[in-house]
Design a protein around this ligand. Sequence first.
Ligand code: FMN
Ligand code: SF4
Length: 518
Amino acid sequence: MTVRIFVPRDAAALALGAERVAKALVGEIEARGIDATIVRNGSRGLHWLEPMIEVETAEGRIAYGPVKASDVASLLDAGLATGGNHALCLGKTEELPFLKSQTRLTFARCGIVDPLSLADYRAHDGLKGLERAVTLTPADIVAHVTESGLRGRGGAGFPTGIKWKTVLDTAGARKYIVCNADEGDSGTFADRMIMEGDPFVLIEGMAIAGIATGATKGFVYIRSEYPHAIATMTQAVEIAHKAGVLGTSVLGSAHAFDIEIRTGAGAYVCGEETALLNSLEGKRGIVRAKPPLPAHKGLFDCPTVINNVISLASVPIILDKGPIYYKDFGMGRSRGTIPIQIAGNVRHRGLYEAAFGLTLGQIVDDIGGGTASGRPVKAVQVGGPLGAYFPRALFDTPFDYEAFAAKDGLIGHAGIVVFDDTADMLKQARFAMEFCAVESCGKCTPCRIGSTRGVEVADKIAQGIEPEKNRELLADLCNTMKFGSLCALGGFTPYPVMSAMTHFPDDFSPAPMVEAAE
Ligand SMILES: Cc1cc2nc3c(=O)[nH]c(=O)nc-3n(C[C@H](O)[C@H](O)[C@H](O)COP(=O)(O)O)c2cc1C
Ligand code: SF4
């Protein structure tokens, strides 16, 4: 029987040499006359073990990693094709603690299936949600999504069902589904992993959104820095079209839905929904004032659902297993699961999907295994470049939208970046202001001017120039940006700045320059 060996084609695995490993495997397998095929799967999300290869055996899949091309010969000598033992053998994939303790709903297939095999997708429960959706009325589909408690995973946490209902209830000659795959937050990669590892789940989620709201056309706006995701999504859309999953009659129903892939030119602000719509329309990516909401007047002035990749990719399982199944996971008003992306100075970097409610400490210490440097954790930035820095004192905060907001933080797209005790939080605060100044679309004054002034004030504090007065000025500036900015780029930059200043005051009190010189 032909053995299946899985070598990820996920960008993170490729960056760590997966292509060389695949080539070496093909060569050695041929030379040794082994009856095996190589499947290029997505990543399982254990990035510190990439490239992690797997072999299918009667007992389940056996994992090996991190594998280099130079390891391939010895792996085959050790009986890789039958799951043989080797120094790089990690045991059964499903038994790896990092994977075993997860609740994978959205990422259920990622790393398991061949991303571009629709047959494999179907064999692993794919298309069940869409099959159910075509039997329901649009209002029923929207009710399912509302009932599930799903909230937008792009950052704002807005209830997805309410957004869909607004579009359903708004008349329009055409309606659109726009998938936000700009994924600009630092330390985030969940969107990319899904698009590369299980693209059909996103296509299925978008088709369900189309049927639910009366939209017949979808766009996936993917950042240009994701060439592999763009290639995989483009091929997957073609395959789905040929198979009748997309097109004039979705799964043979009376509903039409098609998808186009579009590439962003590379601006953080183009992840903001209205700037994204401008960019999609071929205009400069600047923020539009709201109202009107995109749900009323979005792409080409038509009613538009704009959702993050993970929001849309979470819909198929809700339709398949029912809203209560999904809603049963989580805590408070944060229902279902959240794919947490663990990055920065941390031992176990990767993607960890779990029900809402784990504490930050559990994520960083237990799951992440502490810092990669072995030094104490100083701070964790949660929610991308606009997210707050949390000190160890706040590690009991549960991963929940409201709990983070109560501590002046945000979950955002659920990326966490870990810093050890060598981090200088004043420098991080300056970086937040600098990032805002570089990425600002320039439309409103508090963000455009405020961020540049913020960099200057941070520099003065660093130089010991009137530190107390300048700390007050920085706080005042943050207040102006928070309440005076048109969008969350300027409005949320104060979160990393103020959290750094509040929780790490020592870093904002460098020795005065004059005294230091004496
Ligand atoms: C500066 C800025 C950048 C953003 N970048 C992204 C992004 O890369 N991806 C994303 O899904 N949402 C991003 N958002 C949030 C979107 O504006 C919007 O809330 C989201 O696409 C809605 O989808 P959801 O409800 O499914 O989360 C960004 C917001 C701001 C203010
Ligand atoms: S806050 Fe910044 S990015 Fe947002 S509209 Fe104003 S200038 Fe543009």
